[in-house]
Design a protein around this ligand. Structure first.
Ligand SMILES: [Zn+2]
Length: 217
């Protein structure tokens, strides 16, 4: 397990990971610059970079390299198991990586599958982090002009995923509905390959849901 994890880490193409997570990068010559993924480093002026073919991001300020699993955990806020599963899917589910029973039960989509059925499983949301200066208390269900409420709430754009809002079972349910819809639309337009892909996603989600139902029965 230890060496599998290591291999998963070493073989990861960092550009694929960064793109999948939707992290903004700026290309300058051979280098891709981005903000340091470390939560301890409040980086606003991109000081981390990587090059094509690298398996890590290097931060010039922290003097530290971040591998794919670190970047996924730091960006998505997942634990190592979830991050490993995500990375495994990004790497095209290599069969030398044997996920544990519990991990095999977990259901998620590859970015490509998500696109096929028109879902965005992760993205950014403005989350409240603190209140600003309370000039006077605001009352619920009352409308205020923007200049009155300005400065009350401090929000920060944070990465969120479906895991912040629903269980894996609920997610599988959502995927089943979306995949059925997508398959129907693709079929109507005669897009055979996309139809098949959507149906494959639907089957996998349905199978995962059945497994949970058996388990909880
Ligand atoms: Zn840094």
């Amino acid at each position: 397990m230890e060496s599998q994890m290591k291999r998963l880490k070493e073989e990861a193409d960092i550009k694929t990971v960064v793109d999948a997570l939707g992290i903004p990068v700026e290309r300058k010559g051979m280098n891709y610059f981005l903000c340091c993924p470390s939560p301890e480093h409040d980086d606003t002026n991109p000081s981390a970079y990587f090059k094509d073919g690298w398996n890590n991001i290097y931060c010039n300020s922290c003097c530290r390299a971040f591998k794919a699993l670190d970047v996924i955990m730091m960006t998505a806020g997942w634990d190592i198991k979830e991050a490993a599963n995500y990375l495994w899917e990004l790497e095209g589910c290599p069969d030398w990586f044997v996920a544990s029973e519990e991990e095999r039960m977990s259901f998620s989509l590859t970015p490509q599958e998500a696109r096929t059925i028109g879902l965005r499983p992760s993205g950014e949301a403005a989350c409240c982090v603190s209140y600003g200066d309370m000039k006077r208390p605001l009352r619920l269900n009352e409308h205020y002009a923007p200049h009155v409420t300005y400065g009350y709430l401090k929000v920060k754009n944070t990465r969120v995923s479906w895991k912040d809002f629903m269980s894996e079972q609920e997610f599988a349910g959502l995927v089943i509905r979306k995949a059925a819809e997508a398959a129907e639309t693709y079929r109507r337009y005669g897009m055979k390959r996309e139809t098949d892909q959507a149906i494959a996603v639907l089957r996998r989600a349905a199978k995962a849901r059945q497994a949970w139902e058996r388990l909880s029965a």
